[in-house]
Ligand binder design. Structure first.
Ligand SMILES: Cc1cc2nc3c(=O)[nH]c(=O)nc-3n(C[C@H](O)[C@H](O)[C@H](O)COP(=O)(O)OP(=O)(O)OC[C@H]3O[C@@H](n4cnc5c(N)ncnc54)[C@H](O)[C@@H]3O)c2cc1C
Length: 663
């Protein structure tokens, strides 16, 4: 596990190279406009203090990200990059992007940090001077005070250098899966301890800004796969991903249920799983009554209708008083409290039934004796800054740290068999943006409210969902392809006019979670090697571009590494051809759904746990989260994960009745 000691700062050579790189990505440029729009160009990274902020962040990055940055900085320092003129430096950075994956990954990360801060960072008043220039209103709502929105879940604290707790069941992770199992087992009379690595945040903490939302994400925000091919987003807070997700609630497709039943998840295609899904549906209060389209979704629906594709109003786990005025910042937590996350449902149930919940509690290992679980060991970061080494003794361990962290926990513990970490599915998402004549302000209103299912089988048995997406200015500024420091910023003036949708692919191939040298998870994933996934990615870009054009866009662009852009008046068919022909290395995928990395199934060589959810190789350890899914469901997975967790809870209780608890 990562040792949290002070990271080493950049040495002077690298710091100089970084300064020159930042001054290339975001140079100070001339502008005749005396106002804020002119300032956007006149003030570069140096003048804004962003170079120093990036330098301060680099030592805190994951080792695989830091390594590519340091490599690029060393190369540039050796070449005397800093002495070159701006145009030459720009050309050199563009050439660095041809060094795949290293230089490309490094430029991508530097651009992400620099432009993410330019638009996402705030001053002491919670404002950013760039917003006025680009027509972004900034937060339109303030969070309630702690008195108005008190935290109601009781949190168990530990103290001292070491502590030991005993329970019937310890649940690792409090997200979609873990919360359900904790609630059901506590309600069945078991003593339950929930260990959550993240902190307890509620409405009073949900400032509607990317910068404050980042602390509720795994790794503090957007992470990257081993070579930067895949951007990763996952929740890490009490309630896990359910606190920051977009509320899309979809039932598991019947064909998937049948396939999983054949893999050994007995009855998954029948009534039992239907009942599990109904329980989740009811507890989360899923409905379509509160679903409202914003201007972004209306454009998407117009495009779909124009091309003859159907769309559906999405069911969401929002309370009926959901107010779209608060929804733009949904992925930073709902500050109005309308999101029926597990904080407001299953964790309440668990606490009411006596479960003890710890936060800041990072589990390092599952403890095993004679082939059976005896508990877990980890470390708790206490509120006063101290740490406590914690051991929870329990005959039943539920692993529910999410699709990235659960396999890492098993691998660190030396359990889970040959499939641990393999078969990772990510629902790779492809983002395509259109620029319109009229303002869309895609950052406001409900972020996902409609979808089209018409292309879900466009390549053999897989395809992609068409869904709208919120436009977070910081994300768009940082992920748009780099051409030069002027164009990159001039693009920002178009933000209010952009509509943003994505294709969420149903994986055909898979990736893998391995451990890095610190025992932390490293995501191995690439579009290379799976022709079907590549074909789906190309098709998603083509169809989304067609939809934008049909909806009236004057300009269309993608998040490929290199610019793939069409402007009105240019040959659109040629553009579609260009999208179809994009090489694998030009794609950047994004994933908010990581699944299948400790999958269930009858075959111990191919699956970590049996069809009920208990490890093949260690009794008493159960997989209770997205990692358990035997394959990708092809739809947003929260409901599937929770329904499967409902089923796993019944199986744990059944096994428990056969083998009386040792505690
Ligand atoms: C921005 C975003 C939007 C999304 N939108 C939707 C949507 O609209 N609809 C949908 O269906 N899905 C959505 N998802 C996906 C969905 O939220 C996740 O698939 C789901 O939350 C995963 O559930 P889980 O139980 O596997 O893990 P999580 O909910 O991620 O919870 C895992 C928890 O375990 C904790 N943990 C990890 N390791 C340890 C450890 N070693 N010790 C202690 N604690 C640990 C983590 O901190 C985390 O809080 C979205 C995800 C994101 C990131």
């Amino acid at each position: 596990m990562t040792d949290i000691t002070a990271p080493a700062a950049l040495d002077a050579r690298r710091a100089d190279a970084l300064d020159a790189v930042c001054d290339t990505l975001m140079p100070a440029l001339e502008s005749r406009d005396p106002g804020p729009a002119g300032d956007l160009l006149r003030l570069g990274a140096r003048e804004r203090g962003l170079t120093a902020a990036v330098a301060a962040q680099i030592p805190t990055l994951r080792p695989h990200v830091r390594a590519v940055l340091e490599r690029l900085l060393d190369e540039l320092a050796a070449e005397g990059f800093g002495a070159l003129a701006l145009e030459q430096r720009t050309a050199r950075l563009l050439a660095a992007g041809d060094d795949v994956p290293h230089g490309r990954f490094a430029v991508k990360q530097l651009k992400t940090m620099l432009y993410g801060m330019l638009v996402g960072a705030v001053d002491a008043d919670g404002r950013n001077p760039v917003w006025e220039a680009i027509g972004f209103p900034g937060p339109t709502a303030t969070p309630p005070s702690p008195q108005e929105a008190p935290k109601t879940l009781p949190i168990t604290r530990v103290e001292g250098a070491e502590a030991t707790l005993a329970a019937d069941v310890v649940v690792v992770g409090s997200g979609a899966g873990g919360s359900v199992i904790a609630a059901r087992l506590a309600q069945a009379g078991r003593s339950v301890v929930v260990l959550e690595a993240g902190q307890y945040y509620n409405e009073s903490d949900f400032a509607p800004l990317d910068a404050s939302g980042a602390r509720m994400y795994l790794g503090g925000g957007l992470g990257w796969s081993e070579h930067g091919e895949l951007g990763l987003l996952a929740g890490s807070a009490l309630g896990g991903g359910t606190v920051i997700n977009s509320l899309v609630s979809l039932r598991t497709p019947q064909a998937i249920r049948e396939a999983w039943a054949e893999l050994g998840l007995e009855g998954l295609d029948g009534e039992e799983f239907e009942r599990c899904t109904d329980l989740v549906w009811d507890r989360l209060g899923v409905n379509t009554e509160a679903t409202r389209f914003n201007a972004n979704t209306e454009r998407m629906v117009a495009g779909l209708s124009a091309l003859g594709y159907a769309h559906e109003r999405l069911p969401r786990n929002a309370s009926l008083d959901d107010d779209p005025a608060f929804c733009g910042a949904c992925n930073n937590g709902c500050l109005r409290g309308c999101k029926r996350s597990t904080l407001k449902t299953y964790l309440e149930d668990a606490a009411a039934a006596g479960a003890r919940i710890l936060v800041g509690a990072q589990v390092e290992r599952v403890l095993v004796q004679d082939g059976r679980a005896v508990g877990v060991a980890g470390v708790v970061a206490n509120a006063d800054g101290s740490t406590t080494r914690l051991r929870v003794e329990a005959p039943t361990v539920v692993v529910a740290g999410g699709g990235i962290e659960s396999p890492a926990l098993l691998l660190r513990s030396g359990i889970g068999g040959p499939a641990a970490g393999k078969h990772l599915r990510v629902h790779p998402a492809w983002l395509v943006t259109g620029v319109y004549d009229e303002p869309v302000e895609a950052w406001s209103g409900q972020i996902q409210s409609a979808a089209s299912f018409d292309l879900t089988h466009c390549e053999s048995d897989v395809g992609f969902l068409v869904e709208s997406l919120t436009l977070s200015p910081g994300t768009w500024a940082s992920q748009a392809p780099f051409t030069d420091g002027r164009a990159q910023r001039e693009e920002l003036f178009k933000l209010p006019f952009m509509a943003s949708w994505h294709g969420v692919s149903h994986d055909h191939g898979s990736g893998q979670i391995v451990l890095d040298e610190h025992g932390d998870p490293l995501v191995r994933w690439s579009l290379d090697g799976d022709a079907v996934d590549h074909a789906v990615a190309a098709r998603a870009h083509v169809e989304l571009a067609r939809l934008h054009r049909a909806a009236g866009a004057r300009e269309v662009f993608t998040f490929h590494y290199k610019p793939y852009r069409w402007r009105e008046g240019e040959d659109f068919d040629a553009y579609l051809e260009q999208l179809r022909a994009a090489p694998v290395e030009d794609y950047t995928a994004y994933s908010a759904h990581q699944m299948g990395s400790c999958r269930l199934g009858a075959d111990p060589q191919e699956a970590v746990a049996d069809g009920d959810g208990q490890l093949h190789d260690v009794g008493g350890v159960w997989i209770g989260d997205a990692a358990a899914l035997p394959s990708a469901p092809g739809v947003n997975p929260m409901i599937t994960i929770m329904a499967l967790a409902e089923r796993t809870a019944t199986r744990i209780l059944a096994a428990d009745r056969q083998t009386p608890a040792a505690s």
